[in-house]
Design a protein around this ligand. Structure first.
Ligand code: ADP
Length: 609
């Protein structure tokens, strides 16, 4: 049979190089990765047997064989196996998005080795300990098998073989042990036992060596919390999530009654790079009576909690359940609602139990969780309970409960403003009156904030109020005096006519140091929201806003006086334009004709010098 020599794909080659030069101190984990792959292959084989009788098999297991003389370690499974194309595609290639970026970061920062695990490159970790790897595999139901071999130097050989057993065996030709480099003797039975108990005890198939079975095979989710060590949970989390960082929190639940299920869920401590990509792999693993059924079951979680990892084991589902059925199943919908409630409740608990962890959680996942405020769910209150927001009260984000507790007597609204950044909002003229009165304003800078504030109206019966919308009715605010109103009537109506871009010009007391600001109608779009729709390619009918003037400002009173004296002076309408343009700039808006604005301004400045 002819042997072909092929090259690893470029990214795979770089990754291999990192492995060969072994940047990780913990090399033991190569065995965990091989066992984890074998266990996945056994899951797939069991499923295939459920669907196709001819693929039914029993005694699914993993076998470890060590040969001290030959210096080899073999991990064998009688799982699903791989075809030749699969070997080339799965082992010779890394298909995940973001790989190039991760490699770059890995190379820059050798410390952040755990990054690598996010990308499911487990198999390559074998090259930390091997100078050659031989993989022999036959796909269940196929007549012939494949031998694959590589010493990790950028190429591999592949050939068809007649006599491979079904399943996969990976033979690792070990490098000489070098304990100083944490390269142990991986043919030593004690060492192998230690690694398996530490990392792979929960694997649901027997891991055998000689006569003995090395793992307990106990499903972690059905064991009481007190009997399982943190380390066991961590390893299980790694197995299902491919994330090498530790989870932030563990959530366990059990439902009894007519529809029984158990769930073991994990909050990751870091958002995956594809959290906001539609086609990313999210969701839980679904088991039925301890049998693995489906990966990435998004149906088990609402979208805004898609980052949660874990397992749901339902007792009463059919082993043949498909994704299509899952989407419609009433029980699954019930589970999803219950899990969502439980997760939100656990995060609330985390807030008081471990504030630091909660802050990490919210920083990483807050924007995703807030998406839940856009859905029609019963969880709005629970989401707002665990939300926190930047605020003018200090550097640290605040919860809504704390905001309400701090508010002075008489304040009957939750004030907020949306925008691109904290600095931009804080410097906006709309802020002035609130700052002067000492009212706290929430600074909402996530894109999703623009949308949920449209959908959610109140928290604990206190309404949300944008400070950039409508007239502000601060409790102690004084109306502009009637005399002022009378004096300004003429100039206001002139401005109304002159400025095409605004809907109305009126006096305000919301400003203390700026001459003017723009506000939206109560039901109009804010500029930030408009921008966002534009970015998404949607055009909104452009909505005119209201120009509010501060009669206490010298520029405003000077315009009034000038208008009284020379109502037809063309320069005066240019001043009006400048006034409007400055208000627009102050809130971070875009001028319709920046060149004209600059020219007018330069002209004015040159006259003052
Ligand atoms: P990951 O397991 O994270 O997907 P790996 O590099 O460890 O990444 O493996 C790549 C792929 O190769 C696996 O997803 C699986 O499809 C296939 N594979 C690896 N080991 C086996 C095995 N023992 N049996 C069948 N397929 C395997």
């Amino acid at each position: 049979m002819s042997t072909e020599t092929l090259e690893f794909q470029a990214e795979a080659r770089q990754l291999l190089e990192l492995m060969v030069h072994s940047i990780y101190s913990n090399k033991d984990i190569f065995l965990r990765e091989l066992i984890s792959n074998a266990s996945d292959a056994l899951d797939k084989r069991r499923l295939a047997g459920l669907k196709d009788d001819s693929l039914k098999t029993d005694d699914l297991h993993i076998e470890i064989e060590a040969d001290n003389e030959a210096r080899t370690l073999t991990v064998r499974d009688n799982g699903i196996g791989m075809t030749r194309d699969e070997v080339v595609g799965l082992i010779g290639t890394i298909a995940r998005s973001g790989t190039a970026e991760t490699l770059r970061r890995l190379k820059e920062n050798k410390e952040s080795a755990e990054l690598i695990g996010q990308f499911g490159v487990g198999f390559y970790s074998v090259f930390m300990v091997a100078d050659k790897v031989t993989l022999l595999t036959r796909k269940a139901g196929e007549p012939t098998g494949v031998r694959w071999e590589s010493d990790g130097d950028g190429t591999y050989t592949i050939e068809t073989v007649e006599d491979a057993p079904e399943g996969t065996s990976v033979r690792v030709h070990l490098r000489p042990a070098d304990e100083e480099d944490a390269l142990y003797d991986y043919t030593d039975e004690g060492k192998i036992r230690q690694i398996v108990t530490r990392y792979s005890d929960f694997i649901s198939f027997p891991i055998r060596m000689g006569e003995s079975t090395l793992n307990s095979m106990k499903a972690l989710w059905s064991r009481p919390r007190s009997e399982v060590s943190e380390e066991e949970y961590r390893e299980f989390y790694r197995h299902i999530s491919h994330d090498w960082t530790d989870p932030l929190d563990i959530i366990q639940m059990r439902a009894e009654g007519t529809f029984e299920y158990e769930a073991l869920l994990f909050l990751p401590s870091r958002a995956p790079h594809d959290l906001y990509q539609r086609d990313a792999r999210h969701g839980l693993q679904l088991y039925v009576k301890r049998v693995f059924i489906l990966d990435d079951s998004r149906e088990l979680l609402p979208d805004h909690l898609r980052f949660v990892k874990g397992v749901v084991d339902a007792a009463d589902l059919s082993l043949n359940i498909s994704r299509e059925i899952l989407q419609q199943d009433r029980h699954i919908q019930l589970i999803r609602r219950r899990l969502a409630k439980k997760i939100l409740a656990s995060i609330k608990e985390l807030m008081s139990k471990d504030a630091e962890k909660y802050r990490t959680f919210w920083r990483e996942f807050g924007p995703a969780v807030k998406e839940g405020l856009l859905d029609r769910t019963e969880d709005h209150k629970a989401i707002l309970d665990i939300a926190s927001f930047a605020s003018t009260a200090g550097e640290e984000p605040t919860t809504l409960a704390d905001y309400l507790a701090r508010r002075p007597e008489g304040q009957d609204k939750i004030y907020f403003m949306t925008g691109d950044s904290r600095a931009q909002i804080e410097n906006s003229p709309h802020m002035e009156a609130f700052r002067a009165k000492g009212y706290e304003v929430l600074l909402l800078t996530d894109p999703v904030d623009e949308i949920w504030v449209e959908a959610v109206h109140a928290y604990e019966d206190v309404e949300f109020q944008s400070i950039a919308r409508g007239a502000v009715d601060l409790p102690s605010e004084e109306e502009p005096s009637p005399e002022e109103a009378g004096e300004y009537a003429a100039v206001l109506s002139w401005l109304n006519e002159t400025l095409d871009d605004v809907k109305e010009v009126r006096l305000t007391t919301r400003l203390t140091s700026s001459p003017a600001c723009l506000v939206s109608d109560t039901d109009g779009f804010t500029p930030a929201l408009e921008k966002m729709y534009k970015a998404m390619g949607q055009e909104l009918p452009s909505v005119k806003r209201i120009l509010e003037l501060n009669p206490k400002h010298p520029l405003v009173s000077a315009v009034k006086t000038a208008h009284e004296k020379r109502p037809d002076d063309p320069e005066l309408s240019e001043t009006a334009e400048l006034l409007y343009g400055t208000a627009l700039l102050a809130e971070g808006g875009d001028l319709a004709d920046p060149a004209r604005f600059a020219a007018l301004l330069a002209d004015r400045l040159s006259k003052t010098i």
